[in-house]
Design a protein around this ligand. Sequence first.
Ligand code: PLP
Length: 417
Amino acid sequence: GVGLADVPVLPLDEAFALTAEFKADGCAQKVSLGAGVYRDEQGDPWVLPSVKKVRQQISLHQTPNLDHEYLPIQGSEPFLKLARDLILGESLSPKGNLTSIQTISGTGANHVGAQFLARHLHPKHVFISDPTWSNHHLIWTIAAPNVTRKTYPYYNAADRSLDFEGWVATLEREAVENDVVVLHACAHNPTGLDPTHAQWKFLAELFRRKKLFAFFDSAYQGFATGDLDLDAWAVRHFQEVLFGLEECPDHEEGPSGLCIAQSFAKNFGLYGERVGAFHLSLPPSTPTSGAYSQLLQLTRAEISNPPLFGARIVTTVLSNLELRSQWEQDLLEMASRVRNVRGLLRKEIEHRLGSGSWSHLESQTGMFSYTGLSEAQVLRLKNMHHVYLMRNGRASLSGVNESNVKYIAEAVSEVVS
Ligand code: PLP
């Protein structure tokens, strides 16, 4: 028809719709295990103590002359250097042939990366894990409509394990040179299952041989295990094997590059401030100037320049020894609390069911548990017990604490019995 009368109505985004439903629920015992946001032992949002200190330092009172000028198109240079060093490590990062821009958190980094690669690498396919963070599909559909989306198997439902063989077999069979493969750097969303170091090593070799482009999505560095280096291990290994070793034989033989979409939402608790970065790593002999200029243009057209406040906080924390060590404590506190409630919830559920089948609650890493609950059970949890989680059975464990764990276990036991 003519005009906008026939615009089809799309379903609401599940994660945000679930949060709205939860907010509207008047039941006092309601529990949110939906959104991937950290909650403290009281079930409240947590402003990290390190971030609080910086907020005081940059308050109106302390810094009345602080201005609110635009950042350059690429974002804050000190922020970008600190961000790059954080993910790649201070020994690997300076040696790399890298170019970076600041983005609208991890989502913006995924988006600008997809746009850039679609236009300049021209991959035939992008491979996305099955299952994954649902926004991966949406981002690639919208930002890179000419790139065919494929999935690689990731999860064995039968024994709740990583389907590494299926993953490798799919890439061997279907991936061609310059295809992009989206990889979760750590704490895979939603399964909480990560490859072992040996499996990452195997993948890096496969990427080198088949010349595949690794697109690392790093949304949980430090949050997964509490250890920043451990959570960056896979990214650093790929960088080192593919582009970092001086004695590396012939980079012409490897992939065209790799990239990292880096979010500071979870590890700084700066969700709404939208702090992130996109890093592109190219072989040593490939100039970065063309790619950088294209990234600037995409950014200029989309957001003109990135937001300032959150980047200011991250820069201040990362560049100050005392604040940085406070931040590392904060990360450990978040990671440990989630790990602790994993154990508690497992114990309470197993106690009620009298079976040992809930060990996956404890063995999975990061904020999420892929519970294995069916869609019908998830619906019943919501309607009968006011416990909210995603339809695919993903539970955000930060919503669990010592005061509600028995209630949740009771509800779960009821729906699975
Ligand atoms: N990637 C993954 C796998 C995520 O789970 C998330 C957040 O849930 C993001 C990226 C990006 O989040 P944000 O845009 O808030 O940084």
